[in-house]
Design a protein around this ligand. Structure first.
Ligand SMILES: [Zn+2]
Length: 351
């Protein structure tokens, strides 16, 4: 019986380890790969590669072709031999998937992590490849950003933002808790707003922007607490995320702002902020342009001191738009549109 108890204990331990210890990674090409939230910048610009970076033993790997073509590296992939060859000018690096030995101009060199294949994308160790093509690689812990360049200084951020200014954006998920907002087909506006807000938060963090959320869960928050947070942290921008309701045939995106010049910061007025938000939503979502609308009576807009908007992403009362809003990909694109708008607006503010 004692032996059985011991076997059981070992089994339970193995089970717990396999659930907790390794749950955050995947095995690719024989190596344990962990998804990484690191942002990647090449020659001063943040890039958005088609596949998320991974780490193997703490080394960052990035998609070979799309990352390194930005510094003029050509990537050839020979799937039958699982060989990747990267060339720039007269220099070349040849790697075998899952093998740490690489050839740099025919000289054998050992890598700390091998190239691996992740769902059809060849991922290569960023430092090894960059350095062997004569580039430097830097890492910034605050922005969680790896950057490749000749000088390898921390790049200006997406949209040409400065690397040494702290930008602050308050993200307000409309409604929450006892206030559901619009409700159509069992979908509550408060939940759509929060989901888009969280996605925007992650995207802005990736750009190294300091973000604040008025709520991160299904809690009730007063209108004054929302603008109060933005005022108290000295926010550059306040983005309040909502979804609209109206007649069933009406659809599209709309952005609301407080009129006048009172909510201007640097070179950016609330009106200009609203125009940038609106054009990004319409362009990125393909929604109908329902315009930029003055709203002097909305507490969140009226009581905040900085450029502030309410972005009405879509109409929940329109069945086609509600179907879009129910998909993750549409909400992600809404967040991307708002990220792009925030970057452009911050750039204009401090121009
Ligand atoms: Zn609302």
């Amino acid at each position: 019986m004692k032996k059985l108890a011991m076997i059981l204990a070992v089994l339970v331990t193995v089970l717990i380890l396999s659930v907790t210890g390794f749950a955050s990674g995947y095995n690719y090409s024989g190596y344990w790969c962990i998804p990484s939230d690191a942002a990647i910048a090449v020659e001063g610009s943040v890039i958005h590669p088609e596949r998320q970076p991974i780490t193997i033993d703490g080394r960052i790997l990035v998609p070979a072709r799309s990352t390194f073509e930005l510094i003029g590296v050509r990537t050839n992939w020979y799937p039958e031999r699982e060989v990747v060859m990267m060339t720039k000018g007269s220099n070349s690096i040849t790697m075998n998937i899952g093998k740490k030995a690489a050839y740099v101009n025919e000289n054998k060199k050992d890598m700390e992590a091998p190239a691996v294949l992740v769902n059809g994308t060849v991922m290569v160790p960023i430092r090894f490849v960059a350095e062997n093509f004569g580039y430097n690689v830097g890492w910034n812990d605050i922005n969680r950003m790896a950057f490749i360049g000749i000088a390898a200084e921390l790049p200006s951020r997406g949209g040409g933002l400065s690397s040494n200014r702290t930008y602050k954006v308050v993200i307000d998920a409309g409604h929450g808790g006892s206030q559901s907002g619009a409700v159509y087909g069992g979908v509550m506006e408060k939940n759509l707003n929060l989901d888009i807000a969280k996605r925007l938060d992650a995207l802005l963090k990736k750009e190294g922007i300091q973000t604040y959320m008025t709520r991160t869960n299904d809690s009730t928050v007063s209108l004054y607490a929302r603008s109060g947070l933005a005022n108290s942290v000295g926010a550059d921008l306040l983005i309040s995320i909502h979804n609209n309701a109206g007649q069933s045939k009406v659809s599209g995106s709309m952005t609301l702002y407080y009129p006048g010049s009172g909510k201007t910061k640097g070179n950016l007025s609330s009106y200009e902020f609203a125009k940038i938000v609106q054009s990004n939503l319409v362009k990125h979502l393909g929604t109908k342009d329902m315009g930029v609308i003055q709203r002097p009576n909305l507490a969140v807009l009226r009581t905040s001191n900085m450029p502030a908007v309410i972005a009405e992403v879509g109409y929940m009362s329109n069945s086609a738009e509600l179907a879009n809003l129910k998909t993750e990909s549409f909400r992600q694109r809404a967040a991307e549109a708002l990220r792009n708008a925030a970057l452009q607006s911050l750039n204009k503010m401090y121009q």
